[in-house]
Design a protein around this ligand. Structure first.
Ligand SMILES: Nc1ncnc2c1ncn2[C@@H]1O[C@H](COP(=O)(O)OP(=O)(O)O)[C@@H](O)[C@H]1O
Ligand SMILES: [Mg+2]
Length: 214
């Protein structure tokens, strides 16, 4: 049994809380029951998603990306190392320009590493990144997948770009640092970047249609 010490976050699917695991400061991501789902389906879904997320965290670590160390996994819980730092979303504006640019360069390398290993994250926003002692940790693989798909990788970059546009408009031009570094570290980067642009244009076309074709 793990003891809930302090709730850090509540998501749509899970709660994140602090605990001690054999004396180590740890975080538990626990998938909570959803009343609107059939109980058996709910049980199986939560089990499958917990397992899938733990697998992707492990695969990313093997690919050379920092993720919290997994301490234990059971049906609905991942117990992992506690990274004592707020997420990048809340930190980025407070960082000095040099440290920020280093982290963005590292972010490009990290995305290149996972994509080279056919891992897509599925929810690349700055809320799902932690920076501690100059190191970038990727978290929350709950929407991730193992796939070779250029489209899925393009969506990863597109979502990050959108996150920069909405949450970090003041540093939006710095998104280029991420893309440049991604290109340096991944041989198939040009086609993924092309896909990202295509997805963006599709989105714009859609917006134009909604305005009545103007
Ligand atoms: N290992 C960890 N160490 C410290 N904080 C964490 C850790 N894992 C998650 N968090 C915090 O909890 C928040 C939500 O976790 P996340 O895995 O993104 O859950 P959700 O799927 O609900 O978005 C993160 O934005 C981060 O601030
Ligand atoms: Mg998250």
């Amino acid at each position: 049994m793990v003891e809930v010490q302090e709730i850090i976050a509540r998501g749509a699917e899970s709660i994140i809380y602090k605990t001690k695991f054999f004396g180590i400061e740890a975080v538990v991501k626990e998938r909570i029951p959803k009343g609107y789902r059939h109980p058996e389906i709910d049980f199986e879904l939560r089990k499958a998603r917990t397992k899938a997320e733990a697998r992707l965290m492990h695969a990313s670590r093997c690919a050379g990306v920092s993720v919290p160390v997994i301490l234990d996994v059971d049906e609905f819980k991942i117990v992992m190392e506690y990274i004592p730092s707020p997420n990048l979303k809340t930190q980025i504006a407070k960082m000095n320009a040099g440290a920020r640019d280093n982290i963005l360069e590292e972010l490009g390398r990290v995305i290149a590493r996972i994509h080279s290993n056919d891992i897509v994250h599925g929810d690349l926003t700055t809320s799902n990144m932690l920076v501690y002692e100059g190191k970038l940790y990727l978290i929350d693989f709950s929407l991730g997948a193992k796939t070779r798909s250029t489209e899925a990788k393009g969506v990863d970059l597109h979502l990050l770009r959108e996150a920069f546009l909405s949450a970090h408009a003041e540093v939006f031009e710095k998104f280029e640092i991420v893309v440049d570094s991604y290109s340096k570290h991944y041989s198939r980067a040009p086609e993924v970047i092309e896909k990202m642009r295509e997805i963006e244009l599709r989105g714009r076309g859609h917006a134009r249609e909604q305005r009545g074709g103007k």
